[in-house]
Design a binder for this molecule. Structure first.
Ligand SMILES: NC(=O)c1ccc[n+]([C@@H]2O[C@H](COP(=O)([O-])OP(=O)(O)OC[C@H]3O[C@@H](n4cnc5c(N)ncnc54)[C@H](O)[C@@H]3O)[C@@H](O)[C@H]2O)c1
Length: 323
């Protein structure tokens, strides 16, 4: 069985990747420092506790396992926190990733897949956003992802690094069968927050900005089911193994939903009321962020089969009730 190192595999998206890899007959090995991940999220996969910025640990892992690919999910992920504490973001997302990349190159790991983000684009100049759109990230978080993408290009040219970078739009939903799902501390994502209000764990949800130039005044985003994000990684891995040379792909379905539409669907799925408090706009929140995901669909054969809003919220609701 091919061994795949899933860095950050105890987190939300990484744990779905571990499940997807196992279902596809791979042997995922997880490296995670459990700073925000959960041990029980990795199931029966091997879990190595540690920091991906630990060069000695990486050396041990690559020497003792025959790793066929690295999928790198580990990162600090809060945009707002990154503005207040850029050191944390440049240390974890940039320096630690660089240490990991150096080990990947030194040990000749055949393929590297990077979790990038729509945050690399900044304020959209047009919509839907394709991969040619200029990258002008607005936060240290977005810049950390963008810098790594630049470094990956350099490593490809200089060392022949074979890699792909997936720019996720809004990951959402949960595994329909396994006990894994979205759990961030603090939670900043709309769907889990709205579901926590529906389940009585929170009193209300804050909506930041209701005067955007959109039909109902709230921000519009492109939501992708986390299982579809995982399946895109497998498609990209196959593409890279087959000699594919394109490196950057959006993961979004090209359909945008406003904050109010998401809350309406949460009410529909849960049958509960969701109390709303309106707040001012947050700095750096674009009015609309919707992907042109056709490159991943056409070139990787990606099929985002779970990414309709109702399925996303139904799966997230099941997880929210059981976690
Ligand atoms: N959630 C989204 O909507 C979204 C959108 C765009 C991009 N992304 C990217 O996807 C990736 C995964 O996001 P997530 O939502 O699953 O986050 P998460 O916090 O649930 O998972 C990250 C995992 O990485 C681990 N980790 C962090 N730093 C580490 C380190 N130095 N060494 C080892 N392990 C470390 C954490 O313990 C956690 O298990 C991130 O790179 C994030 O930037 C997420």
């Amino acid at each position: 069985m091919q061994e795949i190192l899933v860095v950050g595999g105890a987190g939300y998206i990484g744990s779905h990747m571990v499940a997807e890899l196992q279902a596809a007959g791979y042997d995922p090995v997880v490296l995670d420092d459990l700073s925000s991940g959960r041990e029980d999220f990795v199931g029966d996969a091997e879990l190595i506790g540690g920091d991906c910025g630990d060069a000695d640990l990486l050396n041990d892992i690559f020497s003792s396992h025959k790793i066929d690919a690295v999928m790198h999910f580990a990162s600090s992920i809060q945009v707002g926190e990154s503005v207040k504490n850029p050191i944390k973001y440049y240390k974890n997302n940039l320096i630690n990733t660089l240490t990991l990349l150096n080990a990947v190159v030194r040990h000749d790991v055949p393929d590297f897949i990077f979790s990038s983000s729509a945050a690399v684009y900044g304020e959209p100049e047009y919509t839907p956003v394709d991969e040619q759109h200029p990258c002008l990230p607005l936060s240290p978080y977005g810049r950390s992802k963008y810098f790594i993408e630049q470094i990956l290009q350099d490593y490809k040219k200089a060392y022949g690094l074979h890699y792909g970078s997936l720019r996720y739009f809004n990951a959402a939903g949960a595994h329909p069968e396994l006990p894994i799902g979205e759990q961030h501390e603090p939670e900043t994502h709309l769907i889990p927050l709205a579901l926590q209000v529906a389940s009585g764990q929170r009193e209300y949800i804050e909506i930041f900005g209701s005067d955007y130039d959109n039909p109902d005044g709230t921000c519009i985003r492109d939501y992708v089911h986390v299982c579809d994000i995982a399946s895109a990684h497998l498609k990209l891995f196959d593409y890279l193994k087959g000699g594919g040379n394109e490196s950057v792909f959006n993961l979004g379905v090209g359909e945008g939903y406003s904050v109010m539409e998401v809350i309406k669907m949460v009410k529909h799925v849960t049958g509960q009321e969701v109390e709303i408090h309106y707040e001012d706009r947050r700095e750096g929140d674009p009015a609309i962020l919707v992907a042109d995901g056709s490159k991943a669909i056409d070139q990787l054969g990606w099929d985002p089969e779970y990414s309709d809003l109702q399925t996303i919220i139904e799966d997230a609701w099941k997880w929210e009730q059981n976690r």
